[in-house]
Design a binder for this molecule. Sequence first.
Ligand SMILES: O=C(O)CCC(=O)C(=O)O
Ligand SMILES: [Fe+2]
Length: 288
Amino acid sequence: MAERPAKRSRRVRSEASPSPDRVTDAFKLPASQPKPQGDKSQGEQLIAPRAQPRMEQLTKSEWFEKYRLKELADAEVFYKANWVDSKTANAWLKELNELSEWYRPKLKVYGRDITQSREIAAYSTSPILTLKYSGHPVEIHSPFPRLLQEIADRLSNEDCLGNEVGFNHCMLNRYQSGAIHLGKHHDNLENKVIVTVSLGAARTFILERKKPRGSKQATLSARGPADTPSPKLKSSYDSDSQHKKIILGNGSLLVMQGYTQHNYTHEIPKERRIKDPRISITFRQLIN
Ligand SMILES: O=C(O)CCC(=O)C(=O)O
Ligand SMILES: [Fe+2]
């Protein structure tokens, strides 16, 4: 298949090692732009105006208590099934399917051009934000479409994550069937809060503790080009605190924050028996 790189088991380089295909899943200010100073510099801010992000926990304490996956050490991961009912989730899926910004990025992986099998559509609250992965400058549209803004506002509501959590970026991923996957990776370490709303077919999400630096399997990191085949899943793990499989159901909400990206990778593996599509909406609160 044209879109796959030659090798099945790809060693994704550690963050420290520079590499031409290193995935720079990072928002960057154009060089001439000043760094955001906080709530007052509204015009140049990269963070959502309503929030001044901190490294400590951002979600409301009720969330922390109730939905945290406590078994995952050194991570802050929350999962709420049925955050919205299936009727709402299906209506959102239908509306988002019709957006005109969907496309399949062309990536360069080990010098080869591949077209990503997963479609994406990306939005930001400010046109100055840029994003690259696998050398591909992501097409970002601004502002958020009405529905995505409505969902973002719901998330920042006091009875959900709370108004300290705001978002300046949103990425949609469309997995047409279980044959489409997202390889093992971590997201940009500067992301303080990453919120994923799942619509459509339920898909497995695997969080796996990174191996200590220098150990044989410490090389998985960075946002893997989506079409890079995942390394074979291990059949056994050191302990339950080292990995977690979550079935991301229709209308569910997953939140990752704190040091999760430093300590864990995540992936959506292939599940060929799944024939229906899934769209994930990933909101981020980015700080440069
Ligand atoms: O589709 C998902 O749930 C995962 C998305 C993800 O990990 C990403 O966009 O970095
Ligand atoms: Fe991710």
